[in-house]
Ligand binder design. Structure first.
Ligand code: SAM
Length: 223
């Protein structure tokens, strides 16, 4: 899976240990995941490399301008199409978008080989970008962050762990909360050794090796 990330803060990705260690780091090493980071500012034709301006109609804050984003998206789509045969969707991270869910992560993991993630900053981006270049807007929840970079990382993480070969069998995502196998419910409680810790006991049924009883207990404890 190739993610092309469009941001004015490329080092949030290139200098982030989150993409060097553990599951995402391994996914990159094993070529399940490829991150290509594009600095929107590099595409600005302004002599000071400006990427924002004041809003028409007045009001607080700055708006990201059309030119650098139009040019970045055009270049990135061309490059993705060359690499993968077809460019993937342009996703704008926005609190106004559709809320990201596990079924959406599953669909994206199956459907696409490439995804383009556009990270907004300031008050947001010029509406003409949303109207003419963005295929889908995705929100990670009903709250407002300072930029689209953390939402982009959330999307990358949740999709990557579903790609075949990324998680070992022991960590299989098939029985996680919101999975089809659990009827989209929240997972049952987990316990590990010791069986008694500071007087707190692990339920007896989980210790007796009766698989049918354990299955039933777990089903009854889905939320
Ligand atoms: N003025 C915008 C509004 O009220 O909808 C919020 C702008 S926010 C300060 C700056 C950028 O952060 C947004 O353009 C978006 O890219 C990103 N962002 C903030 N909250 C987000 C969320 N919940 N989900 C996805 N992206 C978000």
């Amino acid at each position: 899976m190739q993610f092309d990330i469009l941001t004015i803060f490329p080092t949030f990705f290139t200098q982030n240990p989150y993409f060097t260690y553990s599951i995402l780091g391994e996914a990159i090493k094993n070529k399940h995941l490829e991150l290509k980071i594009h600095n929107i500012r590099d595409y600005s034709k302004d002599k000071h490399k400006k990427v924002d301006d004041t809003p028409y109609g007045g009001g607080a804050g700055m708006i990201m301008t059309c030119q650098p984003i139009f040019d970045t998206i055009k270049a990135v789509k061309k490059e993705q199409a060359k690499n993968l045969g077809k460019a993937g969707p342009v996703i704008f991270l926005s609190p106004q978008g559709q809320t990201w869910t596990q079924p959406k992560a599953e669909r994206f993991a199956q459907k696409y080989q490439g995804i383009i993630l556009l990270c907004g900053r300031y008050e947001g981006i010029d509406q003409r970008i949303r109207d003419h270049l963005v295929d889908q807007e995705i929100s990670i929840g009903n709250y407002v962050l300072t930029g689209g970079e953390l939402p982009a990382m959330t999307i990358i993480d949740s999709i990557t762990r579903l790609l075949p070969g990324v998680l070992g069998n022991a960590d299989s995502p098939e029985e996680d909360s919101f999975s089809k196998k659990l009827n989209r419910k929240k997972e049952y409680p987990h316990y590990t050794k010791p069986a008694i810790f500071q007087g707190l006991q692990v339920p007896q049924v989980l210790q007796n090796g009766n698989h049918a009883a354990i299955k039933k207990w777990r089903e009854n404890h889905l939320k």
